[in-house]
Design a protein around this ligand. Structure first.
Ligand code: GRF
Length: 201
């Protein structure tokens, strides 16, 4: 059966665009039933509108507490009845209730080769550490920070003259390949989680 996917994004949405492209080309067989965003100014909203994808804004700033925001976000997700939730540049840490609700059905893209450089500014962390290779990781979301079972990774060489922007841009090219590929594998029921490992059929 065709999977229902929901994308959660906070900003630019270039990874979301890569998914839209793969859906339009037919390389992912799924229906994107909503873009959910915490940011009413996210450029991802324009991308959704251009592609005819419904937008749900759960404006973080309009809630008195983080708990109320999380409740509203969970309600918005449930309403969309997703088979898969894709965090594509969602810039907040998700609350436990949401992580538990979508265990094994929620994936995230991170701009480093996990488990290195978790959290914010992964590209800057890689430069400061002096690694020669970095990249991106698509993983299932669990209760740890960027620590869930890894679906796939792609490598990027770090150049001597890289700054944060040049490195982030080269990683982004790989993100745009990795994320749609992981979504495709999920939608074809080809992923299974065995402990820390994800097996691909
Ligand atoms: C990407 O680098 C992603 O890995 C990170 O945030 C960035 C989002 O970019 N989590 P975009 O909004 O998809 O263009």
């Amino acid at each position: 059966m065709t999977k229902r996917i929901v994308v959660v994004a906070s900003g630019r949405g270039s990874n979301f665009q890569a998914i839209i492209g793969a859906l339009q080309r037919g390389s992912i067989l799924a229906e994107c039933v909503a873009l959910v965003t915490d940011n009413p100014k996210a450029y991802a909203i324009e991308r959704a509108e251009a592609a005819g994808i419904p937008v749900v804004v759960v404006d973080y700033a309009s809630f008195a507490t983080r708990e109320l925001y999380e409740q509203a976000l969970l309600a918005a997700l449930k309403k969309a009845r997703p088979d898969l939730v894709i965090l594509a540049g969602y810039m907040r840490i998700l609350g436990l209730a949401i992580v538990r609700e979508y265990a094994g059905r929620m994936i995230n893209i991170h701009p480093a080769l996990l488990p290195s450089f978790t959290g914010l500014h992964a590209q800057r962390q890689a430069l400061l550490h002096g690694v020669k290779l970095t990249g991106c990781t698509v993983h299932f979301v669990d209760e740890s920070l960027d620590g869930g079972p890894i679906i796939l990774q792609r490598c990027v060489r770090v150049m001597d003259d890289d700054d944060e922007d040049t490195l982030a841009n080269r990683i982004l090219i790989q993100e745009h390949l990795a994320l749609p590929e992981a979504v495709r594998l999920f939608c074809e029921d080809r992923l299974s989680i065995e402990g820390r490992k994800v097996r691909t059929r």
